[in-house]
Design a protein around this ligand. Structure first.
Ligand SMILES: [Zn+2]
Length: 239
């Protein structure tokens, strides 16, 4: 199968937090999108890997994502190993995305930056002919995404560009709140974590609004790039 966009996150909920509005908008425009989570988030203080899997499913329904899978890597111990790189090479060759979104290059959770580098390296390797992989008994063709964009999550990182999600901020927040065990819930009896506070929940909207303020739209999500971006025309630029 081939998708236009593949979004990868170290933990279920990373993709929703970092680029949920972007994915909802792309899907509404008829683009094909797949999501891959590297770990099950089993070390999360709140909830369990089972609840997180159910929540990821619910978030997919909200955003309209029809393809999501989990690679079952070790939460908290992501590493840029040959084994993990090859798992991601297979995923890239399976979904053949033109554009790949993945974790922030630096963040509070160490898995996020590790995932950013791991996925980035795997994108390069996926384009090498002499690395042979198989899926369901068939040889996979080489594939390298045209662009890798890193979404922004906990830490403030100055984006290289922002994407207008003005009509999709509500969907983003709804998808994040599908992770009922993870985020602000005044009735929860689970321990309070930094991402389970009211402040964190409000910061999602605030950041999108602030990036929108700076760029001339209502709400936006920011990304950093690995390559210099070139435009073929200026049609989509907000002025
Ligand atoms: Zn995470």
């Amino acid at each position: 199968m081939k998708v236009d966009f593949l979004a990868i996150g170290a933990h279920p909920d990373d993709v929703e937090l970092g680029c949920g509005g972007t994915l909802a908008k792309l899907i509404s425009e008829g683009k094909s999108v797949a999501v891959v989570d590297l770990t099950r988030g089993e070390l999360g203080t709140r909830g369990t890997d089972e609840t997180r899997a159910q929540e990821a499913k619910a978030a997919c329904e909200i955003l309209g994502i029809s393809h999501r899978e989990n690679l079952g890597m070790k939460d908290g111990f992501l590493k840029n190993s040959d084994e993990y790189q090859m798992q991601i090479v297979k995923i890239i060759r399976k979904y053949r995305p033109d554009i790949l979104f993945c974790n922030a290059i630096d963040d509070r959770h160490p898995d996020h930056a590790k995932a950013a580098k791991l996925v980035s390296d795997a994108c390069f390797l996926a384009g090498l002919k002499k690395i042979e992989t198989e899926l369901n008994g068939e040889n996979q063709e080489v594939w390298r995404p045209k662009q890798i964009f890193h979404y922004i999550q906990w830490k403030h990182i100055t984006p290289d560009f922002v994407y207008d999600i003005s009509n999709f901020i509500d969907k983003k927040i709804e998808a994040c709140l599908a992770y009922k065990t993870q985020f602000y819930d005044p009735e929860s009896t689970e321990p309070i974590t930094p991402i389970a506070t009211k402040d964190f929940l409000e910061s999602l909207t605030y950041r999108a609004q602030d990036l929108g303020r700076l760029s001339g739209v209502d709400f936006a999500e920011g990304f950093t790039t690995e390559k210099l971006l070139a435009f073929k025309n200026f049609d989509g630029i907000v002025c």
